[in-house]
Design a protein around this ligand. Structure first.
Ligand code: MOS
Length: 756
């Protein structure tokens, strides 16, 4: 079949696949172009859809003229709010909020309201992509336009207190912040601003919808197939079993593919309305508004410390934006609650509704923007004291979670500071800004910051089958964003089953497979990995149970605990020469396979322990003193993230996170025209992401860390921590180089030279 994976045989000690730098099992398919992404799936008789997007940010559609578009060759249907299939769904209302965090309030051509710029307001279906796209450009809309609210700065009086900051409490308080500030010998009171940023995965959002009667199959570029199934089945009023969602490969996600957005429903609606499979792939510029973004934040930091550096006060108050009709809250202050042992700490999140699309999770939502502010302010506090920035952090090292008082399940941050600072050569730094220069006169800056991300886990299921040919077939309906899920699950299953990884075939990405959570919140290894391990162990236990009860087996009569398996050979631990293979056992019993399906879910461990990853990031920059150009020379990071399932793919995750941090620090910014709400840089020519020339040597170390509490695999999740801390480390290095403190991202030339 298509998309079949072939793990490469590796020279791996039996039972020790976990941790090995195994090549990606999907690597060959990908580099040969054989991997079929959602829009590549071969479906007969497919028609092509092109969306029509709103050109105003607020108002009502009063007229639609589709005649010219309908007359074009190849056009099958022009679908607008005037003629779209009616869905059993209510239109969104102002001040609304989706019922669950992974679900969004959608725009599905059901009503004439325009709620944001670049909202889908129509879709053209044609026999080719080009014909659909051209015809879409010919549909004329008239609007009754309202002046949009586009500017957070002028809406602060309308800020409200949301029920939650993402999944966490909106506010927190321990001790007395103002008392702590008045005790302080050194203080920092500043605002930090992060702009709107858009996810730009290489693969755009894409949905291919196929109806057969009242059964719907969608091939969707999604981080959560079961979430998409739920949205589609509820929207179309179908039982969940009537909807199948498939997602074999993703070309990146970063959070924007974590929810089902409007185009997913529109694709299925169009397919139903025209009676043909419909493929809908978003253009890059259509991804600026309707599929989420990292919202703007304005963060007020108040830090105070005694002469010896002991912090007396930590205040972090966040303003951020959401849409007029739905709520997403960027939880920028949550990391501040747990990072330093300050006795007086208050945090809050307030939200302002704007006429824009709904923001969403974007790699380390909250921690990426929040650690920029907190870790920049910590650097400012270090200068105000003055004190070495690492010494300041060690002075305030939190030996337990300062907010909840719970012990950490594990924490290796001290080792991270030490390892990274030694590898970086922090001791060579002279603290005075502008005191280090290259021979050519460039200003050298060294900066550091703390990285952190919480550890998440959800219930997940998996199945494992031992087959007569000595291989195994393992399934979990999870997703691979490009992170290496296929590979690490293959390794995990191999060790659990007692097979080498090249004899394990792992499949994912289909709602017909056992249910798993969204691949978000860096939880896939912890959640799905634990389930895969449990399923593998259960299948192995069944085989052993069958053998010890079988008079024809050399293992007959042994206690199951006295038997183990390596490379498919079951053996007595007391006498390793005694045993037989899975293959022999299955053949003798004439079984099609030995199969186990298990669910694995978190217990009460989070009631007892605080669970977070930590790391330390160091950056060296060179700054041109005349032009303000910042070039990053190197980044050194050390991370305590629990057990590492694959040394190669894990390092790649951290590299990717650091590169994302470089983009956030220096390049990324979505620029709205505040008069119209229109994004002025909705393409990769104008929205800058780092290219190879922007990315220096990146040195990643994993500090050995054993965590017996987080989950059975002892993994902490590595998809997101890599971006955290990087931005502040760079901003702090720019300050060290230039004496200029940039508190509004991105750090562009004009801000560094003071011309901004
Ligand atoms: Mo991640 S932002 O939780 O996909």
């Amino acid at each position: 079949m298509d998309n079949t994976l072939a793990p490469t045989a590796a020279n791996i000690e039996p039972g020790k696949a976990i941790g090995q730098p195994l090549d990606r099992v999907d690597g060959r398919l990908k580099v040969t172009g054989g991997a079929k992404y959602s829009a590549d799936m071969p479906v007969a008789d497919v028609a092509y859809a092109a969306l029509i997007m709103s050109t105003i940010a607020s108002g009502t559609i009063t007229g639609i003229d589709a005649r010219e578009a309908e007359a074009q060759p190849g056009v099958i249907k022009v679908i607008t709010p005037a003629n779209a299939l009616r869905l059993p769904t209510q239109p969104p209302s102002p001040g609304g909020k989706a019922a669950r965090p992974q679900e969004r309030i959608l725009q599905m051509l059901q009503d004439p309201k325009v709620l944001y710029q670049n909202q889908p307001i129509g879709v053209v279906v044609a026999d080719t992509f080009e014909r659909a796209t051209y015809a879409a450009s010919l549909v004329k809309f008239q609007y009754d336009e309202k002046k949009p609210r586009t500017d957070m700065d002028h809406q602060k009086e309308n800020a409200y207190k949301p029920e939650k900051a993402n999944q966490d409490p909106t506010d927190s308080k321990r001790g007395d912040l103002s008392a702590g500030m008045s005790q302080a010998a050194a203080k920092v009171t500043e605002y930090y601003v992060t702009p709107v940023e858009n996810h730009n995965p290489m693969e755009p959002h894409a949905t291919l919808s196929v109806w057969e009667g009242d059964h719907l199959t969608v091939y969707d570029a999604t981080q959560g197939i079961f979430g998409v199934r739920k949205v589609l089945s509820e929207t179309f009023g179908l039982p969940a079993d009537n909807v199948r969602v498939v997602s074999h490969f993703l070309g990146g996600g970063f959070g924007c593919k974590g929810s089902a957005w409007s185009h997913v429903v529109i694709s299925a609606l169009a397919a139903k309305q025209v009676g043909r499979p419909v493929k809908l792939v978003l253009e890059r510029r259509q991804m600026f508004g309707m599929v989420g973004y990292r919202p703007r934040t304005e963060q007020h930091l108040q830090l105070g410390a005694a002469h010896d550096g002991a912090m007396t006060a930590t205040g972090h108050n966040v303003h951020t934006q959401t849409s007029s009709f739905d709520e997403f809250v960027e939880p920028s202050a949550t990391a501040t609650r747990i990072l330093y042992a300050s006795p007086n700490a208050e945090t809050s999140h307030r939200v302002i509704r704007l006429d824009a699309g709904t923001p969403t999770f974007m790699r380390a939502p909250g921690e990426a923007s929040g650690t920029f502010a907190l870790e920049s302010a910590m650097d400012e506090l270090a200068y105000a004291l003055p004190m070495d920035p690492i010494a300041l952090r060690l002075k305030n090292y939190a030996e337990k979670d300062p907010d909840s008082g719970k012990p950490w399940s594990s924490k290796s941050l001290r080792a991270c500071y030490q390892t990274a600072s030694e590898k970086f050569g922090w001791a060579k730094r002279t603290p005075t800004p502008g005191s280090m220069k290259t021979e050519g006169g460039k200003l050298i800056g060294y900066g550091m910051a703390t990285a952190t991300y919480p550890t998440h886990r959800s219930a997940a299921s998996a199945s494992a089958k031992l087959l007569p040919d000595g291989t195994a077939y393992v399934q979990a309906g999870t997703q691979d964003l490009g992170t290496g899920t296929y590979t690490v699950m293959t390794q995990t299953a191999a060790d659990a089953l007692g097979l080498p990884p090249e004899r394990v075939r792992f499949e994912l990405g289909d709602t017909r497979m056992p249910q798993t959570p969204v691949s978000g919140g860096s939880q896939t290894a912890a959640s799905t990995g634990s389930a895969v391990q449990a399923a593998g162990r259960a299948a192995k236990a069944q085989a052993i149970a069958l053998a010890v009860a079988d008079t024809a087996s050399p293992l007959y009569g042994l206690n199951p605990d006295a038997v183990d398996v390596t490379a498919g050979q079951m053996f007595s631990k007391a006498d390793v020469t005694k045993g037989e293979t899975y293959t022999a056992l299955i053949a003798r019993h004439n079984l099609p396979n030995i199969e186990a399906e298990t669910q694995s879910k978190p217990g009460t461990e989070k009631d007892e322990y605080a669970m977070h990853s930590f790391g330390a990031v160091f950056a060296e920059v060179q700054v041109d003193p005349d032009f303000g150009e910042v070039r990053i020379q190197r980044i050194v990071g050390a991370y305590g993230v629990g057990n590492i399932l694959n040394a190669k793919t894990a390092r790649s995750q951290l590299l990717g996170g650091v590169v994302f941090g470089i983009g956030m620090a220096l390049l990324e910014e979505t620029v709205p025209d505040l008069r119209t709400g229109r994004v002025m840089n909705a393409d990769l020519a104008e929205y800058h992401v780092p290219v190879n020339a922007d990315v220096p040597e990146i040195d990643i170390t994993f500090v050995p860390e054993t965590d017996p509490f987080v989950n059975p695999l002892g993994v902490k999740g590595i998809g997101e921590i890599g971006i955290t801390g990087v931005v502040a480390a760079i901003a702090n290095a720019v300050y060290h180089a230039t004496g200029r403190r940039v508190r509004e991202l991105p750090i562009t030339l004009d801000k560094v030279t003071g011309l901004a």
